[in-house]
Ligand binder design. Structure first.
Ligand code: KG4
Ligand code: ZN
Length: 364
């Protein structure tokens, strides 16, 4: 196999990103550069990502981002072998910005174009960071996604279940908003929860009474809202301890749901793949130490290896898109100028489409 160098672009939500990756024919892929330009400052006043603002910012920043990634890697466009781009799922304006930029580069520099599914980028990250061999089970938990995937190849996924409403990151963000804590909500709720008593409020563990690996998180925030309002009605406001206890109770509920559903998904996965006991997590929520600990306990009980990529590669980035693009390109999957931006693009074509759309776009 020959050495390949690939440029990746990502713009499906609120991070504009470009990265250059190089893989010697028989060696591990190296990230030569990975530039991520966040947009928190642009959306913070609105309490969520505003798709039109995100799309405009991507269109304005993608070229600068690409130039920075190439400069940091010490490569010019003519040195590349291909350009990979997120072609969905995500907020459509942003995805279009990325696909148009990648088409321009591909046409201008005469490079092959590879359209990548954003979720495949997350799902293949353990191969980039840990050299994980196929197959493995992946739990993707972020602000926009929550699903269990059996990963068998760069274009071979089986979805075992996922959220039927909110993603867990979304639930953390909403909880923070309800309690007057800063965004993004995950880190601030986790910090409060560390000071609180998780047994004072017993929040529901939705869908644990039903078989299967599907999850639901939207009812949790309603329960939290009710508990908050009861305290306010009784005492006129929330004390620091109330806030910490609410966060601790909420986090414990999310941890328990994810742990139990992971136990079930792992059992299904291991039935089919007993020789490959491995669970990988990705997505911003994987940064949560309580949730990680819950997953690690489940893995330990079944002798399963647990792996989580470093945080910068767990959250949205373009190195994962470049890597997924590289695997597809090596397998001969190349797109042409008809490559379309797709707001929805389930990884597993045989599983039923998910309903609903979160603040970060359509659920895949
Ligand atoms: O993967 P990500 O950066 O973006 C996408 O959603 O694609 O994930 C961001 C989400 C946010 O909802 C954020 O609140 C959540 O991940 N998050 C956390 C933690 N850190 C980030 N949730 C729980 N605990 C954390 N420590
Ligand atoms: Zn993502």
């Amino acid at each position: 196999m020959r050495t390949l160098t690939i440029l990746g672009l990502e713009s499906s939500c609120d991070d504009t990103a470009a990265a250059v990756l190089r893989q010697p024919g028989d060696g591990a892929a190296q990230i030569l550069s990975s530039v991520v330009m966040g947009q928190n400052d642009l959306h913070s006043a609105y309490g969520g990502v505003v798709p039109e603002i995100a799309a405009r910012a991507h269109a304005e920043r993608l070229d600068t981002c690409v130039v920075q990634a190439l400069d940091q890697a010490g490569f010019a466009l003519c040195d590349l072998d291909a350009v990979a781009v997120t072609a969905g799922p995500g907020l459509i304006g942003g995805v279009i910005s990325g696909v148009m930029c990648a088409k321009g580069i591909a046409l201008g520099a005469g490079l092959p174009l590879v359209g990548v599914n954003h979720l495949a980028g997350h799902a293949l990250t353990p191969r980039l960071t840990d050299g994980a061999a196929y197959p493995y089970l992946m739990l993707l938990v972020s602000g926009g996604h929550c699903q269990f995937l059996i990963v068998r190849g760069a274009d071979d996924f089986t979805r075992l279940g996922g959220t039927i409403d909110d993603a867990p990151g979304e639930a953390f963000d909403k909880t923070a908003r309800l309690l007057g804590l800063p965004q993004p909500g995950g880190p601030s709720v986790e910090a409060e929860a560390a000071k609180g008593n998780a047994t004072r409020f017993r929040f529901p563990r939705p869908l644990l009474d039903r078989p299967g690996c599907d999850m639901s998180f939207s009812g949790l925030k309603t329960a939290l809202l009710r508990a908050r309002d009861e305290i306010v009605a009784e005492k006129g406001g929330l004390t620091r301890a109330d806030r910490a206890d609410l966060c601790a109770g909420f986090q414990a509920a999310v941890r328990d749901v994810l742990a139990e559903k992971t136990r079930r998904a792992l059992a299904l996965y291991l039935q089919e793949n007993p020789a490959h006991p491995m669970l990988a997590v990705a997505g911003g929520v994987a940064a949560n130490m309580a949730i990680r600990a819950g997953l690690e306990t489940v893995c330990a009980k079944s002798g399963t290896t647990f792996t989580a990529p470093p945080l910068a590669l767990c959250t949205d980035n373009a190195a994962m898109i470049a890597y997924a693009g590289l695997e597809l390109f090596r397998a001969g999957q190349v797109d042409d100028m008809t490559l379309a931006a797709r707001p929805r693009w389930p990884l597993d074509r045989s599983s039923p489409a998910m309903l609903g759309s979160g603040k970060k776009g359509a659920k895949a």
